[in-house]
Design a protein. Structure first.
Length: 216
């Protein structure tokens, strides 16, 4: 079982890389952002609590996200493993994750930090949208569907945009990352877990770097 954390600011490409690892290796992506969006869509109590906080680009409480993660970790030892995407996002969350893994006898293999340029992130995030059926990601300036209004992958014609993917909220999300998430790095560094990858490189080149890290 491989367990990795993908770390990096919003828009760094964590979701894209996690999706690739799922399809190529059968590892399971645990994205607290996706879980929270699913809770909002389903109208659960957690979703109701999270919505306004997420729309503002701020962080949902540690207890809520840790509970969402804990629910997913009860798997047999021969499971292919997990990619944490968007969790942990604070020092208390990192501590909780250590405890959750230790309780199950699981071991974190690597923390992969995607390094990116902040201005590029605002530009990447504020134009992105995705297919409502299969989730394929697109961008107003960098990756439009080959036929306007039709998904390249599944032929779907419904697309969606995240309400927090606007330039102003992106700046808040970046500030939250700097203030609350970046401080989890020194702890992992002290344990020799962190590997850095250039997140400004092409998606294929980032995937190749991650594959090389997982191979050793
Ligand atoms: P991104 O990394 O692109 O900002 P996510 O989908 O990971 O997007 O998260 C979207 C929002 O969901 C965050 O801005 C935050 O409000 C909430 N969220 C997701 N994961 C966490 C977490 N681990 N702790 C607190 N809030 C979270
Ligand atoms: Zn599609």
């Amino acid at each position: 079982m491989k367990i990795i954390i993908l770390l990096g600011p919003p828009g760094a490409g964590k979701g894209t890389q996690a999706q690739r690892l799922m399809s190529e290796r059968g590892m399971v992506q645990l994205s607290t952002g996706d879980m929270l969006r699913a809770a909002i869509k389903a109208g659960t109590e957690v979703g109701l609590k999270a919505k306004a906080v997420m729309d503002a680009g701020e962080l949902v409480s540690d207890d809520i996200v840790t509970a969402l993660i804990a629910e997913r970790l009860d798997v047999p030892a021969d499971h292919p493993g997990f990619i944490f995407d968007g969790y942990p996002r604070t020092v208390p969350q990192a501590d909780s994750l250590d405890r959750l893994l230790a309780e199950r006898g699981f071991k974190l293999d690597r923390v992969i930090e995607l390094e990116v340029d902040e201005e590029a992130l605002v530009d990447r995030i504020s134009g992105r949208f995705s297919c409502g059926s299969c989730g394929e990601g697109y961008h107003d300036r960098y990756k439009l569907p080959k036929t306007a209004g039709v998904c390249d992958v599944c032929g779907g014609t419904e697309f969606k945009r995240r309400p927090d993917d606007n330039a102003e909220t992106v700046r808040t999300r970046l500030a939250e990352y700097r203030a609350k998430t970046a401080p989890i790095l020194p702890g992992y560094e002290a344990r020799g877990m962190v590997v850095r990858v250039d997140g400004m490189a092409s998606m294929d080149s980032v995937s190749a770097s991650i594959a090389a890290i997982l191979a050793d």
